[in-house]
Design a protein around this ligand. Structure first.
Ligand SMILES: Cc1cc2nc3c(=O)[nH]c(=O)nc-3n(C[C@H](O)[C@H](O)[C@H](O)COP(=O)(O)OP(=O)(O)OC[C@H]3O[C@@H](n4cnc5c(N)ncnc54)[C@H](O)[C@@H]3O)c2cc1C
Length: 473
C-alpha cells in the first residue's frame, strides 16, 4: 500500500511541472467557479490558528454543486494535485491552510437546507451552511442542531463535522458526532458515497460516518449531511456566576458538581490570569486574582439543580449569585465571552485545547501553574469544565523568524502541557483537531502501531495522498 508520505513527494514533482495545466483544466470544466485572485489565494494560506503557509495555492474552486466537487476531485486525481477542502476557515489547528501547488476546494457556497423533518427530527443540509443560520431556520420549527462552537455565527456545519466540533454545551448535549447520522462524501477519485442512515438506529456494516466525523478533510469531501435534531429546550434557565479565591477551588467545585450527578447545560471556568485580562478589558474593578465559574441549567429541573450546584459552590468557598433573569444571565455570560477579545489586546494568541477526565481538572490546572513557573510564561486558561476540556492560551509577541510566529519557548511549554494532559489520562485535543499544529504529538497519544494503522486507513480512502496532505498524519 502506498504511504501518504511517499505519494506526497512523488506528487510534489509532478505538481511543479503541471501547475498551469491544472488551473486550465479546472477553468475549462468549472468556469467562473475557479478563481486565481491574489487576495483570495492569500487568504486561503491561513485560518484562525495564526499559522500561515509558506507558499500560495494554485487556485480556489468555489463549488456550487456535488458535480463541481466531483469534477475538481477527478482533475486532482488525474493530475496528482493535492486538494485542501475549506469551509469558513475558522479552524484553530491549521487544517484548512493551503500551500504551494494545492487546489483549495471551498464548500462555502453549498449552503442549502435540503430537508427538515419535524416528525423524524432530522435535517438534510449542504456542508457550507453556517451553523447559526441553520439554527435560526430550525428555531422557527421548535428544533435545534445542538453542536454549539463559540464560532457558530461564522463556521460551517461541514467544518463542524470535519473537526467534530465541540463548544459550551457538550457535557449535556454532546459533540457534533452525536448530532450526525449520515453523510454524503466525494472520495479522492471523484466517486460519490452515501454513508450512515436517517433512522434513529442503524448498525449495518462498519460505521464510516463516524470515521469521517473529525477526519479534518483527509478522507474525502463532505458534500451533504443528515443531522439529528433536538426539540428546543423550554422552561426556565438558571444561571450562576461564582468567584473563587483560587483556580484549584473553582476546578474542585466544577468536578464535584459533575460527580454529584448534576448535568449543567453549560459550565465554564475562567482562571485568575484570564480574569485579570477580562477585568481590564471590561473595566471591572476589585476582582483581580479571582477565578470565575459560570454554570447554567436548562429544562424542567433547572431550579432544583441550580440550588444544588449553588450549595456545592458555597461549600467550597465560592461567592456566587444565581439568576433566572435573561439580562442578568447575559451580564454573567459577558465575562466569559470577553475572554478571546481580552487576550487579543495583549499580543499574539496561541489557543490550545486539551481535555482531561473531569476528575483530573484540578490536577491539570496545577500542572499549568507548574509549567508557567518552569518556562517563565503566563498561560491564561478557560475550560469547558463540564467536560474537562481546557483552552490554555499562550500570549506572546510574535517572532517573525519562528514557524507560525510562535517562539520556541512557547512550543516547549506547550509540549510539556500536552504531555501533562496525556499523563492525567487526557487527550491532545478535545475539539479543535490535529491539523498541522499538533501533528508532531500524535504518536505520543496514539502510539506507533495505532498511528501506522490510521495512516493505512487514510491510504485506503486516498491512495495518492491528495486530500489535505501534511495535516493530521
Ligand atoms: C472565535 C472562535 C471560536 C471557536 N470556538 C470553537 C469552539 O467552541 N469549539 C470548537 O470545536 N471549535 C471552535 N473554533 C474552531 C472552529 O470554528 C471549528 O473548528 C469549526 O468547526 C471549523 O469550521 P469551518 O467551517 O471554519 O472549517 P475550516 O476551518 O474551513 O476547516 C476545518 C477543517 O475541516 C475541513 N473541512 C471543512 N469543510 C469540509 C468539508 N465539507 N469536507 C471535508 N472536510 C472539510 C478542513 O479541511 C479543515 O481540516 C473556534 C474558532 C474561532 C475563530
Amino acid at each position: 500500500m502506498n504511504s501518504p508520505e511517499n505519494s506526497l513527494s512523488e506528487r510534489t514533482d509532478h505538481t511543479a511541472t503541471a501547475a498551469n495545466d491544472v488551473v486550465a483544466l479546472l477553468a475549462a470544466e468549472l468556469g467562473d467557479a475557479v478563481s486565481t485572485d491574489a487576495a483570495a489565494l492569500a487568504a486561503a494560506r491561513a485560518d484562525k490558528s495564526g499559522h500561515v503557509a509558506e507558499g500560495t495555492p494554485l487556485a480556489i474552486v468555489t463549488a456550487r454543486t456535488i458535480a463541481d466537487v466531483q469534477a475538481t476531485m477527478r482533475i486532482a486525481h488525474r493530475t496528482g494535485t493535492p486538494v485542501v477542502t475549506r469551509g469558513a476557515g475558522t479552524g484553530l489547528a491549521g487544517g484548512a491552510i493551503a500551500d504551494r501547488g494545492e487546489i483549495v476546494l471551498s464548500t462555502l457556497a453549498m449552503n442549502a437546507i435540503l430537508e427538515i423533518s419535524t416528525d423524524d427530527e432530522i435535517a438534510v443540509v449542504e456542508p457550507g451552511i453556517i451553523n447559526a443560520d441553520l439554527n435560526a431556520v430550525l428555531a422557527t420549527k421548535g428544533l435545534w442542531f445542538a453542536p454549539d462552537p463559540a464560532s457558530k455565527a461564522i463556521s460551517t456545519v461541514g467544518g463542524n463535522i470535519a473537526t467534530n466540533a465541540g463548544g459550551l454545551l457538550c457535557a449535556k448535549y454532546g459533540v457534533t458526532r452525536e448530532a450526525v447520522s449520515g453523510l454524503t462524501v466525494v472520495l479522492a477519485d471523484g466517486s460519490l458515497l452515501e454513508l450512515g442512515h436517517r433512522t434513529v438506529k442503524g448498525v449495518t456494516g462498519l460505521d464510516f460516518t463516524a470515521l469521517f466525523i473529525g477526519s479534518e478533510g483527509t478522507l474525502g469531501v463532505i458534500v451533504g449531511a443528515t443531522l439529528r435534531l433536538r426539540r428546543l429546550p423550554t422552561g426556565p434557565v438558571a444561571t450562576i456566576g461564582a468567584y473563587f479565591a483560587s483556580v484549584e477551588a473553582a476546578a474542585r467545585a466544577a468536578s464535584v458538581i459533575s460527580s454529584s450527578g448534576l448535568r449543567p447545560a453549560i459550565m465554564e471556568l475562567v482562571d485568575h490570569q484570564a480574569m485579570d485580562g477580562i477585568n481590564r478589558y471590561l473595566g471591572l474593578e476589585g476582582r483581580d486574582g479571582e477565578s470565575y465559574l459560570l454554570v447554567q441549567f436548562d429544562g424542567s429541573g433547572a431550579a432544583v439543580d441550580s440550588d444544588a450546584a449553588l450549595a456545592v459552590i458555597r461549600s467550597l468557598g465560592g461567592e456566587a449569585e444565581l439568576t433566572e433573569d435573561r439580562e442578568e444571565a447575559e451580564r454573567l455570560f459577558r465575562i466569559r465571552r470577553s475572554f478571546h477579545p481580552a487576550m487579543e489586546t495583549r499580543g499574539t494568541v496561541l489557543i490550545e485545547d486539551v481535555c482531561v477526565p473531569r476528575s483530573a481538572l484540578p490536577a491539570m490546572f496545577q500542572a499549568i501553574s507548574d509549567i508557567e513557573v518552569q518556562f517563565g510564561v503566563s498561560i491564561p486558561t478557560v475550560a469547558h469544565a463540564g467536560d474537562g476540556n481546557l483552552h490554555p492560551n499562550f500570549v506572546f509577541d510574535a517572532d517573525p523568524l519562528a514557524p507560525g510566529g510562535v517562539p520556541e519557548n512557547i512550543w516547549a511549554a506547550a509540549d510539556e502541557l500536552f504531555l501533562a494532559a496525556l499523563r492525567l489520562g487526557g487527550t491532545l485535543t478535545g475539539e479543535h483537531g490535529v491539523g498541522m499544529l499538533k501533528r508532531r504529538w500524535l504518536g505520543h497519544e496514539l502510539g506507533a502501531p495505532q498511528l501506522e494503522l490510521q495512516r493505512q486507513v487514510k491510504a485506503v480512502f486516498d491512495p495518492q495522498g491528495l486530500l489535505n496532505p501534511g495535516k493530521v498524519f
